[in-house]
Design a protein around this ligand. Structure first.
Ligand code: PLP
Length: 363
């Protein structure tokens, strides 16, 4: 007797980066911010009252929507709060895609990209149109046309791109949104480490009606453990997404923390600056060790070791043996590369020393 729905039975689940139980490791594998959350966030969590826990939370996270609207210069009706950015990814698929027997309204993704996207498509039994990125990880000029050809209802692009860190200029994303017949989700999980963002596309009278911007507090605000993200879009799309939200999808503690996080943005941005400085340094240092490193607008770099030297997979395993975790993807176009999260200067130095020790021990 098989109890599980066929597509779920077949499903290869998303594999997150390893979260080792040991705390004495140098953890540069899941793009967490190496600095603590702001003090305002910690105070807000400590100030949560027994009554706030006894009662159900605000279903729509009303206070948060107001705070986010203020910070981003949009209306509160343009914000939806979600249980991590990942919940928003699931929600856009439920709202804008159709299961394949009905045809059309599948999802279009670029490859390589966030490996959760195709897993969500499989769960929703919706078809996936995969468009390979150019060699430099830029988005091909015919991206929207190719998605229109297969009648996609949704496109998902991550900017700055993961796992390359490449920043796609916003006017090119706007052009894709204009040409595309479905909804474009712009995943800005790493935007706090970049120079600009796509919010202008959803702001004011000329706001595009087919763009959803994903934000998360996991990376920029050092709150991956809290699980809080949000979407910014034209109110008509937010209304649709709101219909399919779990009744209480974000909890009272995380709502309080999220409001404090956005309101202490200036403090949080201190950590962004430190990460950006270290990103420059690490790019330079890794290049000096013979790696090819792509320019990154994110809190990680994608680095390829010298061809003919130690393979990326071997470096990954040997570093892990030394208690240094980076991310290795055993898939096309990434197999010869390592994705390295930017840590504190001390963590980054430990990584560089680890790599140097491999080189000497392999001679
Ligand atoms: C981290 C991340 C998210 C969202 O993560 P949450 O922790 O669920 O908020 C979304 N997209 C990409 C590409 C990410 O790396």
């Amino acid at each position: 007797m098989r109890y599980v729905r066929d597509n779920i039975d077949r499903l290869a689940a998303y594999t997150p980066g390893e979260q080792p139980v040991r705390t004495d490791v140098v953890k540069l594998n899941t793009n967490e911010n190496p600095y603590p959350p702001t003090q305002a966030v910690m105070r807000a969590i400590a100030a949560v009252s027994p009554d706030q826990l006894r009662r159900y939370p605000s279903p729509q996270a009303t206070t948060f929507r107001k705070a986010a609207a203020e910070v981003h210069d949009v209306q509160p009706t343009q914000i939806i709060a979600t249980n991590g950015g990942d919940e928003l990814l699931r929600m856009v698929m439920t709202a804008f895609c159709q299961p394949h027997p009905q045809g059309g309204r599948g999802v279009g993704v670029a490859s390589p990209s966030y490996s959760l996207y195709p897993v969500l498509a499989e769960i929703h039994e919706t078809s996936v149109t995969v468009v390979p990125l150019n060699d430099d990880f830029s988005i091909p000029a015919d991206f929207a046309t190719r998605l229109n050809d297969t009648a996609c209802g949704l496109a998902m692009l991550v900017n700055p791109h993961a796992p390359s860190g490449r920043f796609q200029p916003i006017d090119q994303l706007a052009e894709i949104a204009r040409s595309f017949n479905g909804v474009l989700l712009i995943d800005e999980a790493y935007v706090d480490f970049a120079q600009s963002d796509a919010l202008s596309l959803v702001r004011g009278e000329s706001a595009m009606k087919n763009v959803v911007i994903l934000r998360t507090l996991s990376k920029g605000y050092s709150l991956a453990g809290l699980r809080f993200g949000y979407g910014v879009a034209h109110a008509s799309l937010i209304e649709a997404l709101d219909k399919i939200r779990d009744s209480y999808n974000t909890d009272a503690v995380s709502q309080a923390a999220a409001v404090a996080a956005l309101q202490s943005r200036a403090d949080a941005s201190q950590s962004w600056k430190k990460v950006i400085d270290e990103r420059q340094r690490m790019t330079h240092e890794l290049k000096a060790l013979g790696f090819a490193v792509l320019p990154s607008a994110s809190n990680f770099v994608l680095a390829s070791p010298t061809p003919g030297g130690l393979a990326a997979a071997d470096i990954y395993r040997s570093l892990k043996d030394r208690g240094i975790f980076v991310r290795y993807f055993d898939q096309d176009r990434l197999r010869d590369k390592l994705r390295i999260t930017i840590g504190t200067p001390q963590q980054n130095d430990a990584l560089l020393a680890g790599i140097k020790s491999l080189e000497t021990s392999s001679v």
